[in-house]
Design a protein. Structure first.
Length: 469
């Protein structure tokens, strides 16, 4: 027999054997009611309609029946969801340092991969709560409730060993900071600013709204999941006891609608912009290597004989991002290809130096360069092409011209370059380090056994000194 009441009750009974028995019993009961109404003069269609209405709300019937006939703790859905929530909590604990976005008085930084992972965690929690409501499974809200209570408890445990610090005390709830970076960056600085920073560790400008989103919103998200889980748990338990749930329908529905809209819009926005940026980068060769080459060329072609203010102005106009913390430099700019530093004479400005370092802002989360860790974009296998280039670097000697090095294409291996103009001597000196890291199965410079480099000193376009191991 096909009947919407029976179908809706049947789909909520987890145990297959119990589902068959309950369906048969409900069909028998419904047919008896239909026969009664037909006998007193109703048409068959009208009789079925009245009989179905008398059966009541299918959800109110299904929940207690499912509870009585199913071991909800051992159901596959419960086990899978419990394992998933547990795994997500452990990820929150063990990866918390990576997800606490750096903060000082100027900016927050981000990582596009962490943005997506953080958003995926929130989406997963939302989906699990919606499924638990539909399946009337009270175990999942309990597990999620415990998970977020523990995350709130982390607020009271101090830990000074965080790699990345925050304005507030770091805790597990900051795991959800990255999920809102796209919205914060776009609202505070505009769409173009977010598009530009997708694959680069670019700061979000400091503002009251940014502080609210990064410092307060994670707590609000945690509180929402705690309240949502409690309301859902109460609703399911009241259903099992055949009590009314009218007062709980509105807040639970409100949470579901608001979270689904926010997460859907955010996911579509992040996915669309990231995909577009990736395609654009491929088309325009706007990748790490291209940006690195561009920055090296900028140093080599820069005119440092200009007035200092002109040099600063020209550097600022290049579209690079400026770092706020500088120990030795008057200005430091970076992009996915590395870092540019401008250093002037300490006392009399007798010299001005522009430097490039291949710090990897594309793949390295920590903004402070670790000299023990290799730039992964510069590790090469021993292919014939790499070995030829390695040999060509080793053959560079005194008298080799900078022009010939540029034409050979070896500048793509530049690890460091500095150009210094001495005002009193009217002389320019270039120091250039060409480095090839060969892949020997390790990411670390333990004994420099995988590092092949040559340091060149160039004056008047000619190598006047060189050094290598």
């Amino acid at each position: 027999m096909t009947n919407r009441f029976i179908d809706k009750v049947s789909e909520q009974i987890s145990d297959k054997h119990s589902r068959t028995l309950i369906t048969a019993e409900l069909e028998s009961h419904l047919l008896d009611k239909i026969d009664y109404y037909v006998d007193i003069g109703y048409s068959k269609e009208e009789a079925e309609k009245r009989a179905t209405e008398e059966m009541g709300d299918p959800d109110d019937t299904a929940v207690p029946l499912n509870f009585l006939h199913t071991n909800i703790f051992l159901s596959p859905f419960t086990i899978i969801c419990a394992c998933l929530v547990t795994a997500m909590f452990l990820c929150t604990v063990f990866l918390k340092d990576k997800f606490i976005y750096r903060y000082d008085t100027v900016f927050y930084r981000h990582d596009i991969l962490l943005d997506f992972i953080s958003l995926a965690f929130i989406i997963t929690y939302v989906v699990l709560l919606i499924l638990s409501r539909k399946k009337n499974n009270y175990v999942i809200p309990i597990i999620i409730l415990i998970s977020f209570i523990l995350q709130f408890v982390s607020i009271f445990f101090e830990n000074d060993n965080y790699e990345i610090c925050s304005a507030g005390h770091p805790n597990l709830l900051y795991f959800y900071q990255p999920a809102v970076f796209a919205v914060v960056k776009t609202v505070t600085e505009g769409f173009s600013a977010y598009m530009q920073c997708i694959f680069t560790k670019v700061p979000a400008q400091y503002s009251g709204f940014a502080v609210f989103c990064f410092e307060i919103l994670p707590y609000i998200i945690g509180a929402i999941f705690i309240l949502w889980s409690i309301l859902l748990l109460i609703k399911i338990c009241r259903r099992e006891m055949l009590l009314s749930n009218k007062g709980l329908q509105i807040p639970i529905g409100f949470f579901e609608i608001c979270m689904c809209i926010f997460l859907s819009v955010n996911l579509v926005y992040m996915t669309a912009t990231t995909t577009y940026k990736a395609v654009e980068n491929c088309k325009t060769d706007n990748n790490y290597s291209a940006n690195k080459q561009e920055m090296v060329d900028y140093v080599l072609t820069s005119d440092l004989s200009k007035d200092k203010s002109e040099v600063f102005s020209d550097l600022a106009s290049q579209g690079y991002y400026q770092k706020s913390e500088m120990l030795y430099s008057e200005a430091v700019y970076y992009d996915k290809g590395g870092e540019l530093s401008l250093i002037c004479g300490k006392n009399d400005d007798s010299s001005i130096c522009l430097q490039y370092n291949s710090e990897d802002y594309l793949n390295s989360y920590d903004e402070h360069f670790n000299f023990d860790t290799l730039n992964k974009n510069s590790i090469y296998n021993e292919s014939p092409k790499i070995l030829v280039d390695l040999d060509a670097i080793q053959k560079i000697s005194k008298g080799t011209t900078l022009e010939s090095i540029q034409k050979s294409g070896l500048l793509k291996y530049t690890d460091y370059v500095s150009k210094t103009f001495y005002k009193d001597k009217k002389e320019t000196e270039i120091k250039l380090c060409l480095t090839i890291y060969l892949n020997n199965g390790t990411d670390y410079l333990e004994e420099s056994d995988n590092r092949n480099y040559k340091i060149l000193t160039i004056k008047d376009g000619v190598v006047v000194d060189c050094y290598s191991d």
